[in-house]
Ligand binder design. Sequence first.
Ligand code: ZN
Length: 151
Amino acid sequence: MQERTNFMSDPPDEWFTEQLAATVQRERGTWREELRGRYPSWTSCLRWGFEHGDGWRLVTEHLFADLATLLGIDAPVMEVWQVKAKVGTYSFYKDTDGLSEEQRAAVEQRVAAADWEARTTCETCGQPGQLVRDRGWYHVACSAHVTREFP
Ligand SMILES: [Zn+2]
């Protein structure tokens, strides 16, 4: 993810600002807004929001909490760009260039643990699940949510 490495040194473009505003509006009143509010410096680049089902809410909330413990909540040196379900797996894209090698290793290890947790957690409801394929789409589901509902 090199393309946004210099984001903070460039003024955000208008399109980015509009997309982010639309996402923040969409998240209003949800756990997503709360989470964003708790980690404002990390999520200021999260223009598409948390792009996964509510079933992975705890995966993401615990990940952020643990990263805050690892790095210190005021660490502005990590930017999270995307948190999403990608081909059924948990994807967490971030810029850790500002971190020390040790911190970066700790972050990678914790993100990998979140990925493993998500592999057995239904993306829709949070119950135990497994990777399934529905109409060509891969996602992690419990037996009740094999058929994927798209927002
Ligand atoms: Zn489910």
